[in-house]
Design a protein around this ligand. Structure first.
Ligand code: SAH
Ligand code: SF4
Length: 354
């Protein structure tokens, strides 16, 4: 694919500058161009019928509206659709479209949830996760983050109205691009997705969390906890050795003070590693301290990673034990396990085939 910058990364002011550079100074052209990009979902400049043909040609030579192309689609029995997308430099990222009834935040009004990636690979190396197996290749650009939403909207022929950063990569390890992308995603003149329908999931990158909190964007936060003591968590997530639970929890308390949304604690249940009932008691203490809700996810086994999903009865006992502590808890089975939907699995299988 030819490497061209994308207008999906541009604010209105940047679009105005690009049009001026292309010799077009009429101010209403900016509105027309922005409408084509954001409201009408144009995939190429030739569709922009109210722009002069010479301008369309110049923009086609210089820019792209789709900095990634879908190379593989998998549809699960529940309707979850996984897209494998090729970036302009040939790298691959995964994006998952989750239809209405399965949406993450539970609201009735939402139609379409999208789980997007923030990096190619991941440097955090959690022991259950396919994304981190080959380390970090690179972070995604603003245009590549937003491009996933654009291609998903093309595929679904509908607008995404709920967004979760739970695909490949650690979003807070790419704040440089995440923050400008979020501003465009939220901007009513651009994508216009409500911040309360945007969830950033982090493995516990404490400095990143503090920076995100300082920005004051009213997005939701999910934290991949997966262990309620340093001993258990460090075994699963090397990041815990860098920022142990005490530091993470105090950063989360600070976050909570500045946010009106409940934090979600994600907890993958792994047989014999973190599914013991004393962990449930300690997890409940953490949830109460943070007034957070817990999302239990029975582990999706990844080939070559030997950790397994606990028996159904063990998952249920863990869940019951949390409920006995009166903390809000949901059990989520990884959507689309039949299509390698857990983070990083489809890309990994594709890389291994190549
Ligand atoms: N780096 C961020 C966001 C991406 S990973 C973070 O760690 O929070 C987010 C989620 O992917 C995990 O919390 C988990 O919910 C899911 N996930 C990854 N590998 C999985 C597996 N093998 N089984 C079940 N869920 C998995
Ligand atoms: Fe990276 Fe998140 Fe996977 Fe951990 S769970 S390796 S932080 S993508």
């Amino acid at each position: 694919m030819e490497q061209l910058p994308t207008l999906l990364a541009c604010t209105q002011e940047q679009l105005a500058a690009i049009l001026a550079e292309a010799g077009e100074t009429k101010s209403y052209r900016v509105t027309q161009l922005a409408e084509w990009i954001w409201k009408k979902g144009a995939t190429n400049f030739e569709q922009m019928s109210n722009l002069p043909p010479t301008l369309r040609r110049t923009l086609t030579e210089r820019y792209t509206l789709r900095p990634l192309a879908v190379t593989e689609r998998r549809v699960s029995v529940g309707g979850t659709r996984k897209l494998l997308c090729r970036l302009q430099d040939g790298e691959l990222v995964e994006t998952v479209i989750i239809p209405a009834a399965l949406g993450e935040n539970g609201s009735q009004s939402q139609r379409l949830t999208l789980c997007i990636s923030s990096q190619v690979g991941c440097s955090f190396g959690c022991k259950f996760c396919a994304s981190g197996l080959h380390g970090l290749k690179r972070s995604l650009s603003v245009g590549e983050i937003i491009g996933q939403i654009a291609v998903a909207q093309d595929e679904a022929d509908d607008r995404v109205d709920n967004l979760v950063f739970m695909g490949m990569g650690e979003p807070l390890d790419n704040l440089e691009n995440l923050l400008p992308a979020l501003r465009l995603i939220i901007d009513p003149h651009a994508l216009g997705i409500s911040p309360r329908h945007i969830t950033i999931s982090t493995s516990g990158n404490v400095p990143g969390l503090k920076k995100l909190a300082q920005c004051g964007l009213p997005v939701r936060l999910a934290v991949s906890l997966h262990g309620a003591t340093d001993e258990v968590r460090s075994r699963i997530m090397p990041v815990n050795r860098k920022w142990p639970l005490s530091e993470l929890l105090s950063a989360l308390e600070e976050w909570r003070a500045g946010s009106k949304h409940m934090i979600t604690l994600e907890y993958i249940l792994i047989a014999g590693v973190n599914d013991m009932l004393p962990q449930a008691d300690l997890l409940a203490d953490i949830a109460r301290r943070l007034r957070a809700k817990i999302n239990l996810i029975p582990c999706n086994p990844v080939p070559n990673l030997d950790w397994q999903r606990p028996a159904e009865s063990v998952c249920r006992a863990f869940c019951r034990s949390l409920l006995a502590h009166h903390v809000p808890v949901t059990m989520r089975y990884e959507k689309g396990a039949d299509i390698d939907a857990a983070c990083g699995q489809l890309r990994r299988r594709t890389i291994e085939r190549q």
